[in-house]
Write a protein of this length. Structure first.
Length: 388
């Protein structure tokens, strides 16, 4: 068995983009460049709780991994909403409301917030927790109604965190994709505005806006790093965060951009399978995972096209590996969830296997970057039986 075939058999895929795929990804990366990030930052500067999140050195992890440096971007307190998703959902609400009210200037947005001018609007989103919370928070800022669709199995703590912003919760049988389909169906009937963090043909503009929000954390990393990392481990569900960060780094750092390693749950490797097949693929939901915010079975179109051309390696981790990463980060004072620790789980898996280490081109000089994407809201997330 060849090395590549062996890696595929273990849930790992080495990506070798074709020229056309690389060109398309570079075009998409421009959507998440420094100008896009600055546009978001200009708007968020009006928010009193907005401030950069820290980049934390992890010397013990670097020593164990036998690399020069490991840093982690700590998104657990982002804007008081407990995850990086605050950057996307709330921003998309504000910009969409402003566009619909023809108040695209910063003054207009501030006026809309002060006067709660969006009372005639209803925003809708499907979520595993964090995106819905961000959309609900944004809707409450402008006085809009908000409908959030969750699938059975989303933790009660996540649902409660969304509801505290006045959102109406709709529970749907199945998985995230089922909640999204019902959100789209109901919104078409009711005239609601869908703000999805996943894109597909005919639904591009708003998801791109959400992803542009995520580019802010990448812009902060560029400013905070003493030198560019050589590798970034990015956990992925539909792929929005991974694509926005990879795109921003490529747009800003060019040839010096880090190798992108995408980490997915073993139970939901929709990006890896789609990239392997060179076609958007919905993978079957055969089992559930403790990595609830990454439990997505079909990728976002824009994210897939971006990562198809920019990602070097796709790797799957199981629930035990994610839980071990949670425990390791907790010991370092970084309490998070299996979803938030999945990047570290991927790093540990790569570093524990010489074949994977070679495939990732890791060495003693490597500088690694991780993102702790969310805070732990309380309660465990055991795997759940599928409900259809």
């Amino acid at each position: 068995m060849s090395a590549d075939r062996h890696l595929k058999a273990t849930g790992v895929y080495i990506n070798r983009p074709r020229a056309a795929e690389r060109t398309r990804a570079e075009q998409l990366a421009s959507l998440f460049d420094a100008n896009a990030a600055q546009t978001v930052r200009n708007l968020l500067s009006q928010c009193p709780v907005h401030r950069p999140t820290p980049l934390v050195m992890l010397p013990k992890v670097a020593q164990t991994a036998r690399v020069a440096r490991v840093e982690i971007k700590d998104e657990r307190a982002r804007m008081g909403l407990a995850s990086f998703k605050a950057l996307g959902g709330a921003y998309a609400v504000l910009m969409t409301a402003a566009r619909l009210e023809a108040l695209a200037s910063r003054t207009g947005i501030a006026e809309m917030i002060a006067e709660k001018r969006a009372g005639r609007m209803t925003f809708a989103a499907a979520t595993a927790g964090n995106h819905g919370r961000a959309v609900a928070a944004g809707a409450s800022l402008v006085g809009a109604r908000c409908m959030i669709f969750v699938y059975r199995g989303v933790p009660a703590a996540q649902v409660a965190a969304i509801a505290q912003y006045g959102a109406e919760i709709v529970e749907v049988n199945g998985v995230y994709e089922d909640a999204l389909a019902e959100c789209v169906r109901r919104s078409a009937t009711e005239g609601w505005i869908v703000l999805s963090d996943s894109s597909w043909a005919g639904n591009i503009e708003e998801p791109v806006r959400v992803m542009q929000g995520y580019s802010v954390l990448a812009a902060e990393i560029v400013e905070q790093c003493a030198s560019p990392p050589t590798h970034v481990f990015l956990q992925a569900g539909v792929g929005g965060l991974a694509a926005a960060v990879a795109g921003h780094f490529h747009a800003v750092w060019g040839a010096a951009a880090p190798k992108v390693i995408v980490v997915e749950p073993q139970a939901a490797p929709c990006l890896r399978v789609s990239v392997q097949r060179r076609a958007m693929t919905r993978v079957p939901a055969r089992s559930r995972t403790t990595m609830g915010r990454l439990e997505c079975y079909e990728p976002s179109l824009i994210a897939w096209e971006t990562l198809l051309g920019l990602a070097s390696l796709f790797i799957a981790v199981d629930d035990d590996q994610a839980r071990a990463a949670v425990e390791a980060l907790a010991q370092l004072g970084l309490a998070t969830t299996p979803s938030g620790a999945a990047g570290l789980a991927g790093l540990v898996r790569v570093c524990a296997d010489d074949g994977l280490r070679n495939a990732a081109h890791l060495s003693a000089d490597s500088r690694l970057l991780l993102i702790a994407t969310e805070a732990a809201l309380g309660g465990s997330e055991p795997p759940r039986v599928l409900s259809r």
